[in-house]
Ligand binder design. Structure first.
Ligand code: ARG
Length: 554
């Protein structure tokens, strides 16, 4: 709608008009759009009042109801009925395709997301990466890209040598079977404690990792077992979140693929020796990227370089995203720089998608010092709290357990996505689960309310729009925005835009619902019910794109 207004205004002034110059007034009585004319005064050498009057006096367009010049503003009122009819027709016809586009032209975007480390708890950071990455995948898909979700499992590195030593010394098979991650983490912590007193343990750890790298069968079998048990635990979390992956190629997958890459670095004269290690310099004020330690062991960066090249060979991506916390920013700058120096132009399309921490009472949720907060427990608690609310509000609800899961999980997802991802977020389960305010449950309740109106109304026939009141108009304007929001959230890779949109739509709908009688005997009913139907379609899409479920009854 804004673009249309831009086009119309452009016809009536010699100044260049763009979308940013037009505002949406805070009061409906000031129109749907307004053009402040102060911005032209200096250049046109006229007062804003005069400019506004001149522009307003000239405008004539079949889509515009009324134009008003007021205190240097041109206030524009759109013709509501035709507009409303056309937006609703579009939504009811396109249904779930409303807002879809082919901006991406089928281009592949790889998304490195979640990527937890085996034998360690699934952290809050991994949760954020999962939720943000999943939403980006859904948005990209809606815009015609082909997302490939890669779970780059952290399953390789010197720490696994230490774990092998610890398990052989103090491990117990049944315990690992029963609570794999807790047990393995405890072993790892014990290893570090004891190694402080006995340094020879560290040598043993290095040797054990070396044997793993060299393919020692017994070491490999143990490592595989740790991996399988850990993945089973992670899978429980993915099932609850409703997130799937296209690939689980993790760090270990690249163990036997790094040699040619190190040779390539050598051939391209990029490797430099530094304290016995092999490094690539990445810039004056930055630490070099370490490729091989003095004992010949490869590192996180070595594997990431190898993985990036493999991903490009496999997928020919147009973009490659890494949804990983702020704290790894330097690593991704180094990664891009090394690939650049190797002559890979596509390194430009690599993008680190950083995000902030999850805080509890202002402090980082930590997995260290034994103070583990297990995500599984958190999810369970959220679901339980949601179930308590259902028991209180709608005890006869049929599939209570399933709905409680959808609300509990939705609350966590929404609280993560509603702010720009770079911000830290405060983790407060009770607050996230409130049914009022900007929360997941608020959106889901709104959706369920709209569905219940549709059930009550039954089938309505054709509608024609004769009049659009202010409440209806706010809803319509919001519905019209949806395709533009999908587009912006995708290009800016910013899920919070979609989250904020969902809140705005829900608020507009709730004020319509609270002020306008929808199910009536009059001829208005078919129109109003169809408007509710349109909201149901768009709100469901918005929730789906965020990775949330939309229960029809709560
Ligand atoms: N496993 C890493 C961690 O937990 C995250 C991996 C991110 N992805 C990557 N390609 N480096 O910190």
């Amino acid at each position: 709608m804004k673009q249309k207004v831009v086009d119309i205004l452009q016809k009536h002034t010699t100044e260049l008009i763009d979308k940013q110059m037009i505002d949406v007034p805070t009061h409906a009585r000031l129109g749907d759009f307004t053009l402040p004319c102060f911005q032209f005064a200096k250049k046109m050498k006229k007062s804003p009042t005069l400019i506004a009057e001149e522009i307003a006096g000239n405008i004539q367009d079949p889509t515009i109801e009324k134009v008003e010049a007021l205190n240097g503003y041109v206030n524009i009122f759109m013709k509501r009925t035709g507009f409303t009819q056309s937006i609703m027709n579009t939504i009811l016809y396109e249904v779930n395709h409303y807002g879809s586009s082919n901006v991406g032209g089928g281009g592949v975007v790889t998304i490195d997301m979640s990527s937890p480390n085996i034998a360690k708890p699934f952290s809050m950071g991994h949760l954020r990466s999962t939720v943000i990455g999943n939403c980006m995948a859904l948005l990209l898909e809606k815009s015609g890209y082909q997302p490939v979700k890669i779970n780059y499992i952290g399953d390789w590195g010197t720490q696994f040598g230490k774990l092998l030593v610890a398990y052989r010394l103090w491990g117990n098979e049944q315990q690992v079977q029963k609570a794999p991650i807790q047990t393995l983490l405890a072993l790892y912590i014990r290893f570090h404690k004891e190694a402080e007193l006995d340094d020879s343990l560290n040598d043993q750890g290095r040797a054990a990792f070396k044997s793993l790298e060299d393919g020692d069968l017994e070491a490999l079998a143990l490592w595989k077992w740790f991996r399988t048990e850990s993945l089973k635990e992670f899978q429980k979390i993915y099932d609850v979140l409703g997130v799937t992956f296209d690939s689980y190629k993790g760090e270990a997958y690249y163990n036997d693929k790094m040699d040619p890459i190190v040779e390539e670095l050598q051939r391209k004269n990029l490797l430099v020796e530094s304290d016995g290690a092999l490094v690539v310099n990445v810039g004056e004020n930055m630490p070099p990227c370490i490729i091989k330690k003095s004992d010949g062991a490869t590192l996180y960066a070595t594997r990431d370089i190898t993985a990036a090249i493999d991903r490009h060979n496999t997928h020919k991506f147009v973009k490659s995203l890494y949804v990983v916390g702020n704290e790894q920013s330097l690593h991704f700058v180094q990664l891009k720089s090394v690939l650049h120096q190797m002559g890979y132009k596509w390194a430009d399309t690599l993008q680190h998608i950083p995000f902030g921490l999850i805080l509890k009472d202002g402090k980082k949720l930590s997995t260290r010092k034994g103070k583990i907060i297990l995500l599984e427990e958190v999810l369970k608690e959220a679901i339980q709290l949601a179930e308590d609310t259902i028991d209180e509000k709608n005890p006869s609800l049929l599939n209570k357990k399933e709905v409680a899961k959808e609300i509990g999980v939705g609350a966590i997802i929404f609280s993560d996505l509603k702010q720009h991802r770079k911000h830290d977020i405060e983790f407060d389960l009770k607050k996230m689960l409130q049914t009022e305010g900007e929360t997941g449950p608020y959106l889901q309740y709104t959706y369920a309310r709209a569905c219940s109106i549709l059930r009550k109304a039954g089938v309505v026939g054709e509608f024609s729009v004769e009049e659009v009141n202010n409440h209806e108009w706010e809803v319509i304007k919001c519905l019209e925005q949806f395709p533009a929001v999908v587009n912006r959230a995708t290009t800016e890779l910013d899920p919070s835009l979609m989250a904020k949109y969902a809140v705005e739509l829900a608020q507009a709908f709730n004020s319509f619902y609270g002020n306008v009688q929808i199910v009536t005997n009059s001829s208005l009913m078919a129109y109003r019910v169809s408007l509710v139907q349109s909201v149901v379609i768009v709100l469901e899409q918005a929730l789906r794109l965020l990775g949330m479920k939309a229960p029809k009854e709560m």
